[in-house]
Ligand binder design. Structure first.
Ligand code: NAP
Length: 454
């Protein structure tokens, strides 16, 4: 059977799902991969920290997928605004949504609205055109709430010198702000114990790799109850985290100019302000409750900090015309098939973080994509998919052009990629693999301008 599928969101989740669909041996499947940014790769381009080249390197395998003939990238298109889900039903047998989770969860404590969501800072330092172009880094002492990998990323970027990041793809505006960074001390706060930290051990070790940073843990914060011991025994990664944290707790402070303190059993309860200025963060000491959790002790500490970030998880945003669970911030689904109020939504599927919430590493989205695409294929076999009005592959291009939408393509990515690599090579101080282009219009222009052959 010949099928045309629209996948919405060209991050790892959408690309893995597209790959499984075009590789299907029983059906001849063509995929159009819609992306709202002018460039593909989603979280890899705009979520992974610039000093994590190993994870950024996943692009190489995603690139190979996008090179395949049955896959067509259509970027710079906002589904829900430029073209609706209902309209796409006229062009495709099925639609898969993979728009990820890009917003920060809210910090619901007094003064929490003065705290900056980690995603805002990540969007800035990763050169996402939707975020700020400069950043206020005047605070000498900074708090980061949460003990997951995003908290590690932003603590590390805050504690590094701007020049240490010059080997990466950061654009000039990001380097300028980071060079002026005055932060000397970063306090990370976990509300439970070391065995409940959400870090992965490799990333936790990396926190300490810069010559200018020393990571410290108060020995008082290294504590385990029976439930923590059980977790360590059951999960090697948790046990490794605990071992690394125990090493950090055995150190004396040295003369490294930047310190990152990781605190456990400290629940942030208020961001302290005077007028518009942040002057501290108040935490309540926690203790084991004997049932595998923690409870407040009624003992409070005020930490002098002048800026607060919260890295307490991301959340997905609704897609116009698609059911959304506002409590869990996901599209309701059963194994990837979208569920509306009256049962399964015809030919509508979901994969990645918007399907299961913002947890797990990039590799986890592969199994997720398999579950979703298996379901889609089973529905195709059972004759349950939508019958589109238009069967011509170029009909959708006609609609985009009729609406004057400056869509970008995979060839366009090659042009943008080349332009960014040329900018990286031109850097007089330190040539590097690429320097990102930030401005939206510049990206679209580079992607859409076909060089003239003389
Ligand atoms: P996460 O792993 O879920 O961590 C969130 C942290 O915030 C937890 O420590 C959590 O503590 C804490 N938290 C939540 N609500 C809180 C509150 N109200 N007050 C205080 N603390 C609160 O989320 P994430 O760091 O955003 O990461 C998302 C996913 O991306 C993860 O799977 C992560 O591994 C992945 N990621 C990977 C990398 C990498 O380099 N490999 C980089 C970035 C992200 P509790 O556990 O007590 O709720």
């Amino acid at each position: 059977m010949s099928l045309r599928v629209a996948v919405i969101g060209a991050g790892p989740a959408g690309i893995y799902a597209s790959d499984l669909l075009i590789r299907n041996e029983d059906h001849d499947i063509h995929v159009d991969l819609f992306e709202q940014m002018p460039a593909p790769f989603g979280l890899i381009r705009y979520g992974v920290a610039p000093d994590h080249p190993r994870i950024k390197g996943i692009v190489t395998s995603l690139h190979r997928v996008l090179d395949k003939p049955h896959l067509r990238l259509l970027g710079n298109i906002e589904v829900g605004k430029d073209v609706t889900i209902e309209e796409l039903r006229d062009y495709y047998d099925a639609i898969v949504i993979s728009t990820g989770a890009v917003r920060d969860r809210e910090l619901l404590i007094p003064g929490g609205d003065t705290s900056i969501g980690a995603g805002e800072f990540v969007g800035f330092y990763d050169g996402n055109p939707r975020f700020e172009r400069s950043w206020n880094l005047q605070a000498r002492e900074v708090a980061v709430i949460g003990v997951g990998n995003v908290a590690l990323d932003i603590s590390r970027i805050l504690a590094k010198t701007g020049d240490e990041l010059l080997v990466t793809e950061i654009p000039d505006n990001v380097h300028d702000s980071l060079r002026a960074n005055r932060a000397k001390v970063v306090h990370m706060f976990g509300r439970r114990g070391p065995a409940n930290a959400k870090f992965t051990p490799k990333e936790l070790r990396e926190l300490d790799e810069s010559d200018t940073i020393q990571v410290l843990v108060d020995p008082e914060d290294i504590d385990y109850d029976q439930a923590s011991e059980d977790l360590r025994r059951a999960d090697k990664s948790i046990d490794l985290n605990c071992q690394v944290l125990e090493q950090y707790a055995m150190r004396e402070p040295d003369d490294s100019p930047h310190k990152i303190h990781i605190h456990f059993f400290e629940e942030p309860v208020e961001v302290l302000t005077e007028g518009d200025a942040i002057v501290g963060i108040r935490t309540e000491r926690q203790e084991f409750d004997g049932e595998g959790g923690v409870r407040g002790t009624g003992s409070f500490t005020d930490w002098p900090v002048q800026q607060v970030y919260h890295a307490i998880g991301y959340r997905s945003e609704p897609v116009e015309g698609v059911p959304f669970d506002l409590e869990r911030n996901v599209i309701p689904n059963d194994g990837g098939h979208v569920l509306g109020e009256e049962g399964f939504e015809d030919s509508l599927y979901v994969t990645g973080w918007i399907k299961r919430g913002p947890v797990g590493l990039i590799g986890n989205t592969k199994s997720d994509a398999k579950e979703t695409t298996d379901m889609l294929i089973a529905d195709a076999d059972a004759g349950k998919l939508n019958t589109p009005k238009h069967t011509d592959a170029d009909a959708i291009i006609g609609l985009l052009e009729e609406r004057n939408i400056a869509y970008t393509t995979w060839d366009g990515w090659y042009r943008l990629d080349e332009a960014e690599r040329a900018l990286g090579a031109e850097c007089s101080r330190l040539p590097r693999e690429r320097k990102k282009i930030v401005e939206w219009e510049d990206m679209v222009e580079r992607a859409r301008t076909v060089p003239q052959v003389p």
